[in-house]
Design a binder for this molecule. Sequence first.
Ligand SMILES: N[C@@H](CCC(=O)N[C@@H](CS)C(=O)NCC(=O)O)C(=O)O
Length: 224
Amino acid sequence: MTETLKLISHKLCPYVQRAVISLTEKGVPFERIDIDLDNKPEWFLKISPLGKVPVLQIGDKAVFESAVILEYLEETLPNPLHSKDPLTRAEHRAWIEFGSAVLGDIWGLETVADEATFNAKAKQAADKFARLEARLVAAPWFDGEKFSLVDAVFAPAFRYFDVFEEIGDFGILDNKPKIARWRKSLRERPSVVAAVSAEYPALLRTFMKKHKSYLSQLDQRAAA
Ligand SMILES: N[C@@H](CCC(=O)N[C@@H](CS)C(=O)NCC(=O)O)C(=O)O
């Protein structure tokens, strides 16, 4: 591949982080362009049919949807993160879809404004993580010794909890020893560390404050 890949991104987006982690694991240089989702540039709206990041730009083509971007990177770049075995690949794709459902619950956790809805979302998320715990190998990665796309997908999900847990103890990841082990391995992986900047925690807090979310109310009460 000769063209430099351009990844249209956002500093907080967990779907963007999946693609960044994959590209970093593959050791392929790329240009990351972070945009303001509250003020989307015209050029971005032209290439992003859903108005969402990530978008991977290759020449005059624009590939959108993170799961599709991950598959394209697998098909075109070295250092595979997908298994050679079709059944394992299919199962991993299913868990990637599950990872997107988890991100949906997390969106609720970071944005809902009232305690009752927050608690309902926390229960939904805890149930999903219990399902994940039952499947997980976590020695040290999702399916054992090889870092895979499923690892790239869940690392950004766990990153939220590093900030949530500074605000309060919501018990969502309690009593899940394999998840705890996996989360620690992911947190230390260089590609995961490099997928966001040092300002990530502060930016996430600002985002939650903008939404006047229940979590940001707790955060502000603690700071007062
Ligand atoms: N299904 C999409 C989801 C991407 C997505 O939701 N991106 C968010 C940011 S994390 C976005 O661009 N939202 C548009 C907006 O905020 O206006 C994918 O996997 O790429």
